[in-house]
Design a binder for this molecule. Structure first.
Ligand SMILES: [Zn+2]
Length: 237
């Protein structure tokens, strides 16, 4: 497990393809995303190895429902008995993963088909808590609805710690910050609008950014987000 800033750990035991995080706060631990299905046991093992009691995992917050972020969810929820939280709009897909809104036309059959492949199958999970934009959480985060990659995608902002957990709203591959408009992004137009929202509404609120995919940004995060928004929208943000 790798500490990014005090209180925030990346569970790097699952490798580098996708990231999930552990947040330590006054009342316990919160897991943010759960990796692929095969990552569930690895996350449990990492927690045990670092002597983090499973009953201390109070909550699992999901940035969005996708096989690489919610694959381990059913197992981790069952073992920890943590409460599961996601955006209101994401609930239907968490309960029926085959209904994941596709991106490019050739991805349309993939989500229902993935449910037939044992390694990709996602167990339906019913969330205990539904989140909305602007909601403040006991962990200190504010929920920022950043739709695009999926309709109910959220990022988590901790203004006090100047931290943004971007999920898949942004990616930082090879230290190149970009909006996630991959073939799997359901609505690229909205994904860009979410970037503008992060830049305009929260452009003074964070320095550190961590991602579902890519290396963390440790300094000047908001400045880089504003720079990217200016570039895409050809206007000062
Ligand atoms: Zn992802």
């Amino acid at each position: 497990m790798k500490q990014i800033i005090p209180g925030l750990w990346e569970i790097d035991e699952i490798g580098d393809a996708v990231h999930c995080y552990l947040w330590e706060w006054s009342e316990g631990l919160t897991l943010i995303d759960t990796g692929r299905r095969s990552d569930g046991p690895k996350i449990l093992e990492a927690l045990r190895r670092h002597r983090m009691a499973l009953h201390n995992i109070r909550r699992i917050i999901i940035t969005h429902v996708d096989a690489d972020h919610t694959g381990g969810l059913a197992l981790l929820q069952r073992v920890t008995a943590a409460r599961v939280a996601c955006h209101t709009t994401e609930k239907a897909v968490m309960e029926q993963p085959a209904r994941r809104k596709p991106g490019a036309w050739y991805t349309w059959p993939l989500f229902p088909l993935a449910q037939l492949v044992p390694g990709l199958y996602q167990h339906p999970v019913t969330p205990h808590e539904l989140l909305v934009d602007g909601q403040t959480l006991p962990e200190g985060f504010t929920v920022v609805h950043t739709p695009g990659h999926t309709p109910g995608h959220i990022s988590l902002l901790h203004t006090e710690r100047r931290l943004l957990i971007a999920g898949d709203a942004l990616v930082n591959r090879r230290n190149r910050l970009s909006v996630n408009i991959s073939a799997f992004t359901a609505d690229p137009f909205n994904a860009r609008r979410s970037l503008l929202k992060l830049a305009k509404k929260h452009g003074d609120d964070f320095d550190v950014i961590v991602f579902g995919h890519g290396m963390p940004v440790l300094h000047n995060g908001a400045k880089r987000v504003k720079g990217l928004a200016s570039q895409i929208f050809s206007t000062d943000v």
